[in-house]
Design a protein around this ligand. Structure first.
Ligand code: NAP
Length: 304
């Protein structure tokens, strides 16, 4: 078994490599068929997934059984001004991987986002895999197109939408709030955007479980439970034992102070329905996963 991980230096790519090397995650063992798998991990600049011919040639040469695509342009605000660069990484890149996987019969595990949804009125019901994407940001629209290309060009695909992702490795909201809390002692965070904080441990664990199956399709995989960014920030300050206060603000107030920022969905809570209906949903409640994060995090870019 050979697994190729693209975007391997990011939050998720680093976590997946760790689980494959160890053979288990915080949640449990990885699938038997992936134990001792050969891992090929690549990132920019050596493998740029947005370049068609080099990507096709590289994947044909490596001949993986599974490609896990963790590569993406994830700066949501940056996507608004660098739309083409975002489209290359988030839409053209997955297309190239899909074509390459199809040629050699490999499975493609591709990661997408809750920001494919508009966040407008869903009557308080979490969005499931049957709900129609309708993005309101450049990031969301590039990720939707990536999803379409994967479905169009690859027959063995898993598209897994996650949200509000954080990890021991790389940059994320948890570390930003923790560090800003320590520095400023006082924070304001939006209280009218609701979603699901997701620990990369849970997501990586699920991606590997899926990769061992033929249960192809579109999946939602987010931490269990719904909260606002303000609730999440308050839990980070408490869990990280930071001496700081967090006050709620509205998206309109935030936008007035940061006019260049992308619009974000007000309601992007996802339901992991497809996981429940197939391999089972082992994703932890977000509060529990955050608590374990603070038990293990080294305060910088790794684990204790
Ligand atoms: N972060 C979140 O809150 C969040 C939420 C929902 C969904 N997601 C999705 O989850 C997945 C993993 O996200 P993450 O947070 O782990 O991302 P990340 O930490 O930003 O890592 C992405 C990696 O991909 C690399 N990359 C960018 N463009 C590339 C290209 N053209 N070819 C090859 N590699 C490229 C990046 O390199 P550079 O750093 O050098 O650019 C980086 O190492 C992504 O699909 C993302 O859209 C993330």
């Amino acid at each position: 078994m050979k697994i190729l991980i693209t975007g391997c230096k990011g939050q998720l790519g680093t976590e997946i490599q760790k689980q494959l090397r160890l053979g288990y995650s915080e949640i449990g063992p990885i699938p038997e068929s992936l134990q001792n798998a050969e891992i090929v991990a690549v990132d920019l600049p050596e493998v740029d997934i947005s370049k068609l011919e080099p990507t096709l040639a590289y994947i044909a040469e490596v001949a993986p059984d599974v490609v896990v695509n963790c590569a993406a342009f994830t700066n949501v605000d940056g996507c608004e001004t660098m739309h083409d660069v975002a489209f290359q990484a988030n839409a053209v890149g997955p297309r190239n991987l899909a074509m390459a996987c199809e040629k050699i019969g490999a499975k493609l595990v591709h990661v997408s986002t809750d920001y494919v949804f508009s966040g407008r009125a869903n009557g308080g019901i979490p969005l499931d895999e049957a709900d129609a994407p309708n993005p309101i940001s450049a990031y969301g629209s590039t990720k939707v197109q990536g999803e379409r290309y994967v479905q169009q060009f690859c027959s063995r695909f898993f598209i897994v939408r996650t949200a509000w992702l954080y990890s021991y490795y790389g940059k994320n909201f948890v570390k930003t709030i923790y560090n800003a809390g320590k520095k400023f002692g006082k924070l304001e965070v939006v209280n009218d955007q609701l979603g699901n904080p997701t620990n990369a441990v849970d997501l990586a664990h699920v991606l590997l479980q899926l990769a061992a199956t033929q249960e192809y399709g579109i999946y939602h995989c987010t931490g269990e439970g719904i909260c606002s960014w303000y609730d999440f920030a308050a839990a980070i300050i408490a869990g990280g034992k930071v001496d700081a206060t967090v006050a709620p603000c509205t998206s309109a107030e935030y936008k007035a102070k940061h006019p260049e920022s992308a619009d974000r969905p007000a309601w992007s809570a996802l339901d992991n329905r497809m996981l429940r209906c197939t391999i089972g949903n082992c994703v932890r409640p977000w509060q529990e996963a955050l608590e374990v994060f603070f038990q293990n995090w080294d305060g910088e870019n790794g684990m204790k």
